[in-house]
Design a protein around this ligand. Sequence first.
Ligand SMILES: Nc1nc(=O)c2c([nH]1)NC[C@@H]1CN(c3ccc(C(=O)N[C@@H](CCC(=O)O)C(=O)O)cc3)C=[N+]21
Length: 291
Amino acid sequence: MTATPIDGKAFAAGLRERIAEHTAAMKERGITPGLAVVLVGEDPASQVYVRSKGKQTRETGMNSFEHRLPAETPEAELLALVEQLNEDPAVNGILVQLPLPDHMDEARVTNAIRPEKDVDGFHILNVGRLATGQKAMVPCTPLGSLMLLRDRLGSLSGKNALVIGRSNIVGKPMAQLLLRDSATVTIAHSRTQNLPELCRTADIVIAAVGRAHFVKGDWIKPGATVIDVGINRTDDGLVGDVDFAEAAQVAGAITPVPGGVGPMTIACLLANTLTATARANGLPDPEGLTP
Ligand SMILES: Nc1nc(=O)c2c([nH]1)NC[C@@H]1CN(c3ccc(C(=O)N[C@@H](CCC(=O)O)C(=O)O)cc3)C=[N+]21
């Protein structure tokens, strides 16, 4: 059996088109969505992401505001910038690129963002709202992964979903979203016993461990849907957390790296910015962009 590759790049392009249409309609009413991205330090990978986010924001018709601060900036200065963006009516979404330098407290910075503008969905109020089924801003990578899963499978109800990884930015919110869609959710991590056996029971596998080719082909149940969230830079280039060559022989469908979840993450950032703008202006949530 050979798996269908899930084309995240094409899906994200379609999503951006719909976002651009919504944005154009908002601009007719005199509202231009604005996204502020803050980058602290000179990490080359982060610079690439931030540039790509800014470009796609502008292409969608939204305003992009970029703020770059030196790595040694005191935390208080970053918090002051966040406060200024909180108060700025032209800014509907705020993203502070992670990771932050060691002298900064990521939780403190994240929780300084006004929850309504927290397009990453990392603020503790949004985490709690998602966990309790209230209207929230939902983290971009899990949201994009959910969209791909629903597109492929329709209903996720009753399916066995295994999330490998328990991070606050992917594993935990992904599990919450799958649970909301009535999947039977298991979260595995570095201490999980018999992971290969457990994985072989999963109809849906979400790999978010950050280790190149961690998930092997013989862990995959025939026909399963595999979402690879990993972005690992190796001598062979960019690879995922799943051994794609092996897993693609067994799975029903699988996301490639690159070209899978990554482009969906950025498209969902734009989707969240649009949603935040709609809510800030008392408009209904744009169709199909929220879970
Ligand atoms: N506050 C915050 N929010 C984030 O959402 C956030 C962050 N910090 N810090 C870093 C990670 C990483 N991230 C990616 C986004 C797009 C791709 C992406 O588009 N990847 C392309 C390939 C890009 C390449 O070639 O490097 C792909 O998979 O096809 C990857 C990774 C967002 N992050």
